[in-house]
Design a protein around this ligand. Structure first.
Ligand code: SAM
Length: 263
């Protein structure tokens, strides 16, 4: 974590609401927090998925990857060791498992993920609701191949991986669906790209749709994108967990509420 991010993180820690939900006056958010966000019990599938992460973290295999969007603060070369991708580019276990619990809780039917990478979070999303169709978008051909291999290891059948630049693959993915129930935005962490993907997904939103944005405080650009998204008139509830932000469109929430919660 760089110094700026560390400073932002410390200020979040001081200002965020208590992790146990004291003072949260939204029954929806209180329920979500106590039953799902902070439900740290282990699920059966965790072990097998984490074994895939463990194998990747030890893999010295080198692949050539394309550099898309904002890239990484740490990885600069186009040649990457799988173990470095596993170390620096993936959603951390705690957050991947949180996404699993969210999917398990809301039971979304159509899930879209921007940025498959090695497919570990994609597997968590797919396992969260085996009846869901998970569409995952990844630009790099070689990384997609690694992800497909990982899906095979666990015999996951409900993921459709589309390879190519988001600008081309997103319209293609959206043309084949009626609605989006759950979207995980985790690729190209620039302001313009994030807002563009957000706006393209908006027409597919239902009352119970959940959008999850990764790395909302990672850079000034991502902070600006998050602030703009929070203000959108269709959004009624937002939850900031620092490394991730959730947005909800529920009309049952008559007035807008933004929560910052320790996680
Ligand atoms: C942070 S990683 C995704 C991590 C993964 N969602 C997880 O939770 O482990 C971002 C991925 O998005 C891909 N990506 C970034 N910008 C892209 C773009 N404009 N088009 C297609 N793929 C892109 C990168 O190749 C990278 O594999």
């Amino acid at each position: 974590m760089n110094f700026q991010l560390l400073f932002k993180y410390l200020s979040y820690k001081f200002t965020a609401r208590h992790k146990y939900g004291y003072g949260i006056h939204s029954p929806f958010v209180f329920d979500l927090l106590t039953k799902t966000i902070r439900n740290f019990k282990s699920f059966n599938c965790y072990k097998d998925i984490e074994n895939i992460r463990k194998t990747a973290k030890h893999s010295k295999k080198i692949i050539e990857v394309e550099d898309f969007g904002a890239g990484s603060h740490i990885l600069k070369s186009n040649k990457r060791k799988i173990k470095d991708i596993a170390k620096y580019s993936l959603t951390k276990k705690k957050y991947s498992q949180l996404l699993f619990r969210l999917v398990n809780h809301f039971k979304p039917e159509t899930i879209l993920e921007f940025g498959t990478s090695l497919g570990i979070t994609t597997i968590y999303l797919a396992k969260g609701n085996s009846d869901a169709k998970v569409i995952s978008l990844e630009g790099s051909k070689k990384i997609s191949d690694e992800a497909k291999n990982n899906f095979k290891k666990l015999n996951i059948k409900n993921i459709k991986l589309i390879t190519g630049e988001f600008d081309k693959t997103l319209p293609k993915a959206l043309s084949g669906i009626k609605n989006l129930d759950f979207v995980f935005f985790d690729g190209n962490h620039t302001k313009d790209a994030t807002l563009s993907y957000f706006n393209q997904c908006l027409p597919y939103v239902l009352n119970d749709t959940v959008f999850v944005f990764d790395d909302i405080h990672w850079s000034e650009q991502m902070e600006e994108a998050w602030e703009k998204i929070k203000k959108h008139k269709k959004i009624t509830v937002t939850i900031d967990l620092f490394f991730m932000g959730f947005v909800f469109f529920r009309k049952e929430n008559y007035y807008k509420q933004d929560f910052k919660i320790r996680f």
